[in-house]
Write a new protein. Structure first.
Length: 364
């Protein structure tokens, strides 16, 4: 073989091999031949390969690259699709901790901060904090019984049996049997009760609870009252504090005044003793009412009375202290339903106007 042909053939083989590995020049030729010999890219090879050509490895026979020689953070690994059944490696900005992230929307978890937690995932406190609770109302000034407060004006009147509502945190309620009566509630803790030949008339305003706690759980319970009265009240009347407890079911009265002459004497009761409180002597009476109306329908229940022996029309009533005195006599209330300022009249036609009628509890 001529020397020049031998050299050319071997240079062509070498150029083809270099093209396979991406290192060949675009044109390789004999230095003595200015035109050179063009070598086609590997992708454009379409002629049969002879025994002297460089053959590329097929996908079936190619060996995987050695893991020690491969780069762990190369672009090829980051962009390659994940293998089925495996998890992709975390990229920058992903959660690399083992804790799951609560989804922003959907899921079954509850959310109170704009972020919904998934199953078994607590929502993190990412939202704005809750607004602060409003400050408690300022304490009411002590009741001044020497003052002559003006009669309340405005207000809302109800003449419906079993009427009720709330004004300034005081729950008012009216009930009567027989002919009618009305009740007007005012802001600031005041009300007016009127009746006209009612068989039994009750108007009351104060605090109402849900029969889940005994009186001592509400702190110190007390009331300020100041009133004037006109007309008559039939065969019996009570002005003072009234309420119910449940388990046991008890109806109780703290009687400060009445429409009769002298202290009221409750019907069908037995005197249990006396004690001194709020500057006066109180007599304690108890009795049992059988199959009578109650806060839980017709029932049999205990009645308890504290009756002030020097009636008054203005002052503070230490309600919790009455309850404690009753406990000392073995008379126990149940879970509290209410403590309210009351007018009750068993007939007649009259009215009672409370310029002050406010019940408070230091524990809520």
């Amino acid at each position: 073989m001529p020397l020049k042909s031998f050299v050319m053939r071997n240079r062509l083989v070498l150029s083809a091999a270099l093209a396979v590995f991406g290192c060949a020049d675009a044109n390789i030729g004999d230095p003595g031949d200015p035109g050179g010999t063009e070598v086609l890219p590997f992708s454009e090879w379409n002629h049969p390969q002879d025994s002297n050509s460089v053959q590329p490895e097929s996908e079936d026979t190619a060996s995987p690259p050695d893991s020690e020689d491969s780069e762990s953070n190369g672009e090829a690994e980051q962009n390659a699709p994940p293998i089925s059944g495996s998890s992709p490696a975390p990229s920058e900005g992903q959660n690399t901790n083992v804790l799951p992230i609560a989804p922003a929307n959907g899921g079954n978890g509850a959310s109170s901060n704009g972020m919904t937690a998934g199953n078994d995932q607590p929502a993190t406190e990412m939202g704005p904090s809750a607004p602060p609770a409003p400050p408690p109302p300022p304490p009411r000034p002590p009741l001044d019984c020497s003052a002559n407060p003006p009669a309340p004006t405005g207000g809302t009147m109800s003449c419906a049996r079993n009427g009720g509502g709330t004004v300034d945190g005081q729950r008012w309620f009216m009930w009567f049997a027989g002919s009618g009566g009305c009740m007007t509630s005012y802001e600031g803790g005041a009300f007016k009760a009127t009746w006209n030949n009612s068989g039994d008339y009750l108007a009351r305003s104060g605090l109402q609870w849900n029969e889940t706690q005994t009186f001592d759980k509400y702190g110190t319970i007390g009331a300020d009252l100041a009133f004037t009265k006109t007309g008559s009240a039939g065969s019996y009347s009570f002005i003072g504090i009234y309420g119910w407890s449940n388990d046991p079911l008890v109806e109780y009265y703290i009687v400060e005044n009445s429409f009769g002459n002298g202290p009221a004497t409750p019907y069908a009761t037995t005197q249990r003793g006396t004690f001194n409180l709020d500057g006066a002597t109180y007599r304690i009476y108890t009795g049992t009412k059988t199959n009578q109306p109650s806060i839980h329908g017709t029932a049999t229940f205990l009645q308890v009375f504290s009756v002030r022996q020097t009636p008054r029309q203005c002052g503070h009533v230490s309600i919790s202290d009455h309850f404690k005195q009753w406990q000392g006599m073995g008379i126990n209330l149940g879970k509290m339903y209410e403590a309210r300022i009351l007018v009750e009249a068993g007939g007649g036609s009259g009215s009672a106007t409370f310029t002050t009628a406010f019940v408070s509890a230091s524990g809520g």
